[in-house]
Write a protein that binds this ligand. Structure first.
Ligand code: HEC
Length: 275
């Protein structure tokens, strides 16, 4: 397992982002000196926007292709998925929380939080400035950026949309929901991202993207471990197939490969444009 994770990480992040940049830019990257690499070339807002795009794709893919399709195959996803007697995968929000937990344990000072004004879990209710700015996000869905004086972090908030029928039906039916009329396309919440510095070097930017990718791998691997330990439920076959094809779930590598195909192109373009 450990070896797998390392392999995946180096592939996902190093090969896809860094080498792609080196190969495509050819001499340019080689000519750049170390001090160039230390220069701060991205504003914190740009970097948080990049990682937020990666997150959108990861989250939508997980929600639609794993949870949505998996449920059609009879697979279970549960908020108590980590309890010993529950044999299920993580709900999308808990997948995101898994990513956030992994990032928090990493040396990268990146914060990630998913909140709402009508949360299923009251701990996810926006407070103070974030609650204020969330009102604006609901009006026009534009991201909001501010400096949080109290926590001393630059903060960016991005709309979290009801992008799949599963978001709406599950939230509306949840016993703890304070709101039962969510519709497809609604702004259900926002992802809040935080970082202490106002600008980042190329290396720091890659580190932020790496910590997100590693977070995805960590929580996805926990999900696969959970499946391996099923005692009473039918185990989906872990391989190169997806739930849409039957009782299958993709390996972490296959899952991340799709994320990368869908998300990284835009991110890579930004990284390369800045070089
Ligand atoms: C199968 C049920 C289910 C599905 C599907 C689902 N959610 Fe949730 N969602 C939950 C639960 C339960 C929580 C609370 C998790 C926790 O304890 O933090 C939650 C949390 C959230 C939160 C944080 C605020 C809150 O309500 O606690 C947002 C925002 C959110 N979900 C949006 C979405 C969106 C958007 C989708 C689809 C892309 C989605 N959810 C899909 C059950 C679901």
């Amino acid at each position: 397992m450990v070896k797998n994770i390392k392999l995946l990480l180096s592939e996902v992040v190093f090969l896809s982002v860094v080498s792609f940049t080196l190969v495509s830019c050819g001499g340019v990257a080689e000519e750049s000196t170390e001090s160039d690499a230390e220069e701060n070339i991205f504003s914190v807002d740009q970097v948080l926007e990049m990682v937020s795009k990666e997150n959108d794709v990861t989250r939508t893919l997980y929600t639609k292709a794993i949870v949505g399709q998996g449920k059609l195959q009879g697979m279970k996803f549960d908020e108590d998925w980590q309890k010993d007697d529950v044999e299920a995968g993580p709900l999308p929000a808990l997948f995101l929380r898994g990513v956030a937990t992994s990032i928090r344990r990493s040396p990268v000072p990146l914060g990630l939080y998913l909140g709402s004004d009508y949360p299923v879990n009251s701990a996810n209710k926006f407070q103070g400035k974030q609650a204020e700015l969330f009102e604006k996000i609901k009006e026009n869905q534009d991201p909001q950026y501010f400096y949080d004086e109290e926590q001393k972090v630059h903060t960016a908030m991005f709309a979290d949309l009801a992008s799949a029928g599963a978001c709406v039906s599950c939230h509306n039916a949840h016993p703890q929901t304070p709101k039962t009329d969510w519709k497809l396309g609604d702004v259900m919440g926002a992802t809040t991202w935080q970082y202490p510095k106002d600008s980042l070097s190329y290396g720091e930017t890659i580190a932020v993207l790496n910590s997100y990718a590693k977070g995805t791998i960590d929580i996805y691997m926990q999900y696969l471990d959970e499946i391996e330990n099923f005692k009473n439920s039918e185990k989906p076959i872990i391989g190169d197939k997806w739930p849409a094809e039957g009782n299958y779930v993709p390996t972490a590598e296959v899952f991340l490969d799709s994320v990368r195909k869908l998300a990284s192109y835009e991110t890579m373009n930004k990284l390369m444009a800045a070089k």
